[in-house]
Unconditional design. Structure first.
Length: 97
């Protein structure tokens, strides 16, 4: 009788494996990458709007996972900045042309 709770240990191990799969930081990394791309293409106003909105959407989906919450918040900030820069360049193009 070396271990009394073998069934409980197995159930706990299985639950930890399932939790680890659902708490993958991949969505946070994807949101962060899309946020950086959004910031880079934001001077092209339409692309800045679209990619910025995608970055915010991915960030909202990823912020619910505690593993990638920090990356998701950064991605949402980058997406918001990309949208603001896109609005600036759109306004600039309208006023000049």
């Amino acid at each position: 009788m070396s271990s009394e709770n073998t069934v409980a240990d197995r159930l706990l191990e299985d639950a930890r494996k399932k939790t680890a799969k659902t708490e993958s930081p991949a969505l946070g990394k994807a949101a962060l990458i899309v946020g950086v791309v959004a910031l880079l293409v934001s001077p092209i106003s339409i692309l800045g709007f679209i990619v910025g909105a995608v970055a915010i959407g991915l960030g909202v989906a990823a912020v619910r996972r505690p593993v990638s919450a920090k990356q998701a918040k950064i991605a949402m900030a980058l997406g918001g900045a990309a949208i603001l820069i896109g609005v600036f360049f759109y306004t600039l193009n309208v006023s000049l042309g």
